[in-house]
Unconditional design. Structure first.
Length: 506
């Protein structure tokens, strides 16, 4: 009966989307020209289906490939360009690095090692999970990190619950460790471009519209301090203010953590090679600009006889090339574990990519195609001028309002869909006001990933809420506090730092 009810609801939402599509197409409520009316109708259809989840989000992303050519908005070859954007391959490379880390259990070793170092008192265990989850989430999918950490956290909660001697508050400990996993996944993900899909979606839009590639280092320079401050604040808010557990160090918990590490055994050859590739990729991302400068300034010409020579240097690395270099290395470098796993000769086999979130890559493509059509039809400029007419000249207030709206809209809307929909609107407002679009675009993107009040705000929130250790009023209370702190930090960093680090894109 429940399945039938869910199916009926999905069908109803599907046909409501069709109704809205026909309504906007026939009535043309904004009074725009014919082509713009068609694009607007498709945008309304896709946004409604995304928000209502009437269809899987990657499936909705395929709509432009069908409707744009049929409605003569754009030929299919032009539409398909968005689905092959370079930024999509950047995220693909990041996904593959994540797959390798997960395949060889490196994520579990990192998490357990951090917890083992921080100690086994209630507060220190929470701190260990915050540090481990936040670090992993900088490089892996937030959802994947939460799912990886969840069973480890559940086992630690069980051991602590079985061995504590009545002192302290075990319920508060279980609550804080689960909230820590979800929120640290969200906050850690904002630190790097590949940390969470909304970041990639926004960077992709900026590159497509303004032909400006936000560097991996510049993003980290702005967002890593915000992420670190949010993680520190999360620890203090959860353990010292709202839910103190007062659990002292426990020998049984320490033994359990050590046992889990012993079960993993000594770090094997494959793990070492994954770590080397991962660290090398991160190094290239961070120091890419310096390397490009050195390569440009130091060109070497090698001669191989009469009329034959090769010039080394002068080429330019970018984030996508680096990500794909790292990904290719995973398929080239032997795992070194053929004796123990005969079927696995390389660090990654192509069969491993069956676990990759291919749908996210389609989602990016659909967002790029839709944003491009909205811009070419003049709808984005129109909306930007309309909003700019109500905006004051105080850019600080504008950044604050954008951050606030993004944070709280994301509580009820998919963050990736939100960024795809809002990015062209933000660009329109920035162009109409003559300001750097990153000044309001980055806070919009960060706000979308920091929703902390509702289980449906982000996938990590939903995963830990299902644990049974968290009541809705507890998540709302803690989430509201973290939302306010996020709002303040994002606004201050965006307003005071972005103008000095990133030049105007006009």
């Amino acid at each position: 009966m429940k399945q039938l009810s869910a199916t009926a609801k999905e069908l109803l939402l599907f046909f409501i989307g069709i109704f809205l599509f026909v309504l906007f197409l026939t009535l043309n409520p904004l009074g725009v020209d014919e082509k713009a009316a068609k694009v607007l109708a498709v945008a309304v259809l896709m946004i409604f289906w995304w928000v209502s989840e009437a269809l899987p989000m990657p499936a909705v992303a395929l709509v432009p490939l069908v409707l744009f050519p049929l409605m003569k908005i754009a030929p299919i070859k032009e539409v398909a360009v968005g689905y092959g954007d370079s930024i999509i391959f950047l995220f693909m490379g990041g996904f593959m690095l994540g797959l390798a880390i997960e395949k060889w259990n490196l994520h579990k070793r990192i998490a357990l090692t951090i917890v083992n170092i921080t100690g086994t008192s209630g507060d220190r265990i929470v701190l260990g999970f915050i540090l481990a989850t936040g670090f992993l989430s900088m490089w892996l999918s937030n959802t994947a990190v939460t799912m990886m950490m969840f069973p480890i956290a559940a086992s630690v909660i069980k051991v602590v619950g079985e061995n504590h001697k009545g002192e302290g508050n075990i319920k508060n400990f279980a609550l804080t460790i689960m909230l820590a996993i979800a929120y640290a996944s969200n906050f850690g993900g904002i630190a790097t471009i590949i940390g969470t899909p909304p970041n990639v979606a926004f960077v992709s839009f900026i590159q497509e519209k303004y032909k400006y590639a936000i560097s991996f280092f510049d993003w980290m320079l702005i967002c890593l301090p915000i992420a670190v401050l949010l993680l520190v604040t999360l620890y203090w808010v959860s353990t010292k203010w709202l839910y103190p557990n007062k659990l002292k160090s426990d020998e049984a918990t320490r033994i359990h953590i050590k046992h889990e590490l012993q079960q993993l055994g000594p770090i094997n050859t494959a793990e070492k090679r994954v770590m080397i590739i991962f660290c090398s990729t991160a190094f290239l991302w961070i120091f890419k600009d310096l390397l490009n400068y050195l390569l440009a300034e130091n060109m070497v010409k090698l001669s191989f006889g009469v009329g034959r020579s090769i010039t080394l240097g002068g080429f330019k690395l970018d984030d996508t090339i680096i990500a794909l270099l790292g990904a290719l290395a995973l398929f080239v470098v032997p795992s070194g574990e053929e004796v123990h796993q005969p079927a696995t000769r390389k660090i990654l086999d192509w069969s491993d990519t069956s676990k990759m979130a291919w749908g996210i890559l389609l989602l990016f493509g659909g967002g790029i195609a839709l944003a491009s059509a909205l811009e070419k039809a003049g709808l984005i400029q129109m909306l930007g001028k309309w909003v700019a007419g109500f905006a004051g000249t105080d850019h600080f207030v504008l950044v604050l309002i954008v951050s606030f709206v993004s944070l709280f809209v994301s509580e009820v809307m998919s963050n990736i869909a939100q960024v795809i929909v809002f990015s062209p609107v933000i660009a329109g407002i920035a162009d109409a006001l003559g300001i750097n679009p990153l000044l309001i675009g980055i806070p919009m993107t960060l706000g979308a990933s920091c929703a902390s009040m509702m289980p449906m705000g982000t996938p990590p929130n939903a995963i830990v809420f299902a644990s049974g250790h968290i009541k809705l009023n507890q998540m709302v209370k803690t989430g509201f506090v973290m939302n306010m702190i996020s709002l303040i930090l994002i606004t201050l960093f965006s307003y005071f730092i972005i103008p000095y680090l990133i030049p105007s894109l006009k």
